[in-house]
Design a protein around this ligand. Structure first.
Ligand SMILES: NC(=O)c1ccc[n+]([C@@H]2O[C@H](COP(=O)([O-])OP(=O)(O)OC[C@H]3O[C@@H](n4cnc5c(N)ncnc54)[C@H](O)[C@@H]3O)[C@@H](O)[C@H]2O)c1
Length: 487
């Protein structure tokens, strides 16, 4: 209700208070709400004392209900929501599945989280969702299964999640209607936002997809978070790419990030600024995680280690970029399980619902040990048992940076983050998964790829053979999307 200019919508400090967390008094309940209501109602109805008294009573009743609702903890709210839905009090099958999937296991007790994982059919999202589910947290995924890379891989990750009881809603995070339904169906305590348009080079082909998924979808999600009750803490994926053209190594969170080298990096940097603004104005707890070249089983086909593996096995040449002056490119390759542990630690340490300024944190999640691309190729050859055919070319100006190297001191101190897996061990696990997923079988016969066996040990003694037409088709599809970026 507006009464002739009484409410300053443009922010005089009452409507958008400087103390974070008060804006949601309309649904959260506090003494501020009753003072505000009383002021508005009084000015509108001062001439009619009876009406005023009735209004006052109504406001008092509303305020006490909201205060009570605010006191009820998440798990109790869960029971209330579930009970109401079980009685048919709202929502159909979809809502019921969201509600069930979001419910933490009883054994987790008060530690149980209820997490909305965006980009859950993606590489990091599927691993993180599974890790949360395995320890008993409630998890709901959302993903639009877009065709940036082979959607059948996303479907397979989705099926894996479903087999562990994780429901993945199909839709776009930029859709406020979908978010309203999700937040209406379950009281999420946390959001792990991993949906994004990834890849550096694809921005030259489809720039608007970065604006859509990395900026518009992020804002839609923050809007949904600020209106949600309870208000979830947000943990989201930024990227090492924000360090752009920096030359100081290792990269620390306090280093400048104002020289992005790609549109992808620019949208991640924008995301950091946008989340900061929402945290400041609305009191949302935000943790941004700058991932450094994540790799591992169920990985992304557009990334170099994945595309190299495919080409090596098919006997096709791989393109190895070289930096200025013939310097090898290097990346701080970080194994998926280390990144997932970092994500879970960020969720566990996120503070929610406290008085005072909201938490706003940024952490590097890297491996702290950069490895050159030629060394990456050597390790792949070793684990595949096949020699690569290299085509070494100068790096074009496509947004890639020559090297990355993480300083993780802050994450170690605050999150207990300690990367455990080196590239050799991590690639071994990746290759094992790749061969099994794409239907290669080991044999001692000569390689169908035409490559040569290199190195020593059991892996080097094997060659590989494609087994199914379906897998061949999958490989062809991925071939079209190959070499989109190192990151
Ligand atoms: N993998 C890495 O090396 C790396 C490095 C730095 C940062 N990151 C960031 O980590 C996050 C996860 O990356 P990933 O490697 O798992 O990528 P991914 O592409 O495998 O996963 C992202 C998922 O989000 C989905 N998605 C994209 N836009 C969406 C939208 N608008 N609505 C709903 N779903 C949408 C995609 O379908 C995909 O399944 C991303 O934010 C990425 O930018 C990844």
């Amino acid at each position: 209700m507006r009464c002739g200019g009484d409410v300053d919508v443009d922010g005089d400090g009452d409507v958008f208070p400087s103390t974070p967390g008060k804006l949601k008094t309309w649904s959260g309940g506090s003494s501020a709400i009753s003072r505000h209501h009383v002021g508005v109602v009084h000015r509108c109805f001062a001439s009619t004392s009876t009406l005023f008294l009735w209004a006052l009573l109504l406001v008092a009743l509303t305020a006490s209900y909201l205060s009570f609702a605010g006191l009820v903890d998440t798990s109790s709210r869960y029971l209330l929501l579930s009970a109401s839905r079980a009685r048919g009090g709202g929502g159909g099958g979809w809502e019921r599945r969201v509600g069930e999937s979001a419910r933490p296991g009883a054994h987790r007790g008060a530690r149980g989280l209820s997490v909305l994982v965006t980009g859950a059919a993606g590489f990091v999202g599927s691993h993180a969702a599974l890790a949360l589910r395995r320890r008993g947290d409630g998890v709901v995924g959302v993903d639009n299964f877009n065709a940036y890379y082979d959607p059948s891989l996303k479907r397979a990750r989705g099926a894996l999640l479903a087999s562990h009881g994780v429901f993945v809603a199909e839709g776009d995070v930029a859709d406020p209607g979908l978010l309203a339904r999700l937040f209406g169906a379950a009281p999420f305590t946390h959001v792990l936002h991993l949906a994004a348009q990834a890849g550096v080079r694809y921005a030259m082909e489809n720039p608007s997809s970065y604006v859509h998924s990395n900026v518009a979808a992020l804002v839609a999600l923050l809007e949904a978070c600020r209106g949600a009750e309870p208000r979830p803490a947000l943990v989201w994926a930024s990227s090492s790419s924000v360090y752009g053209l920096n030359e100081k190594v290792p990269f620390a969170e306090s280093d400048p990030t104002d020289r992005p080298a790609s549109l992808y990096a620019a949208t991640k940097k924008a995301g950091e600024a946008i989340t900061h603004a929402y945290s400041h104005i609305y009191g949302i707890s935000v943790t941004g995680l700058r991932f450094f070249t994540v790799y591992g089983p169920w990985g992304r086909p557009d990334m170099a280690y994945f595309a190299f593996t495919r080409n090596i096995l098919q006997g096709k040449p791989i393109t190895v970029y070289r930096g200025r002056g013939g310097v090898d490119l290097a990346r701080d390759f970080t194994y998926i399980d280390d990144v997932v542990r970092g994500c879970l630690a960020a969720l566990d340490t996120a503070r929610r619902g406290e008085r005072g300024p909201a938490q706003y944190r940024i952490y590097n999640l890297g491996n702290t040990a950069p490895v050159t691309v030629p060394r990456l190729v050597y390790l792949l050859e070793k684990h595949l048992g096949v020699r690569a055919r290299r085509r070494v070319v100068d790096m074009p100006g496509n947004g890639d940076v020559p090297f990355t190297h993480a300083d993780v001191a802050r994450a170690r101190a605050d999150l207990g983050y300690r990367p455990r897996t080196n590239l050799d061990a991590g690639l071994k696990k990746f290759v094992k998964w790749y061969l099994s997923y794409y239907g290669y079988s080991s044999s001692s016969s000569s390689s169908s790829s035409g490559g040569r066996v290199v190195g020593g040990g059991a892996a080097a003694a094997t060659t590989t053979t494609m087994t199914t037409t379906e897998n061949k088709q999958q490989q062809q599809q991925q071939q079209q999307k190959q070499n989109r970026g190192l990151r």
